[in-house]
Ligand binder design. Structure first.
Ligand code: GSH
Length: 194
């Protein structure tokens, strides 16, 4: 039995969405980041965390990769060229989307006030727009890896939603439509209803 730790409005959403896609049962503990409750699972207080029985797993994309490999779904098999390309895209999204959004969050409310540099946000927004245009350009079919939904789609869509919430510039129509179609998936809707 899986237990997902972290609120829907955090990177825990990626894990909730993944488990809904897999149709795997799970419990949800919507503990806030850094809360005492989150620390009872993950001593760092970071979310998401996933308990698989007694085993603690951390980091959203490590968790998603573990689940995809374990259940043999939503990923190319490990050790294949297709997987190397899928992983390259995942790491690119972490560098160009997640890290940029996280830097903006740090300089908005995460870091102690004396370490925040709000002026950096304009630069981060410009960087994000450049990366979003690149992603839009490489999007050829319905999904990032072609005709099948896979892990990078969960990461990309979560970051696109995060960007809207953080007041980042609008992405182009093609990428907007891509995000919209992913949000319409029953598994996304079920996770978002948490
Ligand atoms: N790379 C990690 C980042 C986890 C992370 O920083 N989560 C945020 C909430 S979305 C958090 O726990 N922040 C609290 C903190 O940084 O102390 C992942 O993808 O899970």
């Amino acid at each position: 039995m899986y237990t997902v730790v972290g609120p829907m409005k955090s990177r825990a959403m990626r894990v909730l969405w993944m488990l809904e896609e897999l149709g795997e049962p799970y419990a949800h503990v919507p503990a806030a980041p850094r809360s005492d409750e989150a620390k009872t699972y993950n001593p760092s207080g970071k979310v998401p965390a996933l308990m698989d029985g007694d085993d603690l797993l951390t980091d959203s994309m490590a968790i998603l990769t573990y689940l995809a490999d374990k259940h043999g779904r939503l990923t190319a098999p490990a050790g294949t060229i297709a997987r190397a390309r899928q992983d390259a895209l995942t790491f690119w999204l972490i560098d160009e989307f997640d890290a940029v959004l996280w830097a903006a969050a740090k300089h908005s409310f995460v870091l102690p006030e004396e370490h925040r540099l709000p002026a950096v946000k304009a630069s981060l927004k410009a960087e994000f727009s450049t990366s979003a245009a690149k992603l839009s350009q490489r999007l050829e079919g319905e999904f990032l890896m072609g005709d099948h939904f896979s892990l990078p789609d969960i990461l990309a869509c979560h970051c696109l939603n995060w960007a809207v919430g953080a007041g980042f510039p609008r992405v182009d129509e093609k990428l907007f439509a891509y995000g919209k179609s992913l949000r319409a998936r029953p598994a996304f809707q079920a996770a978002a209803a948490r």
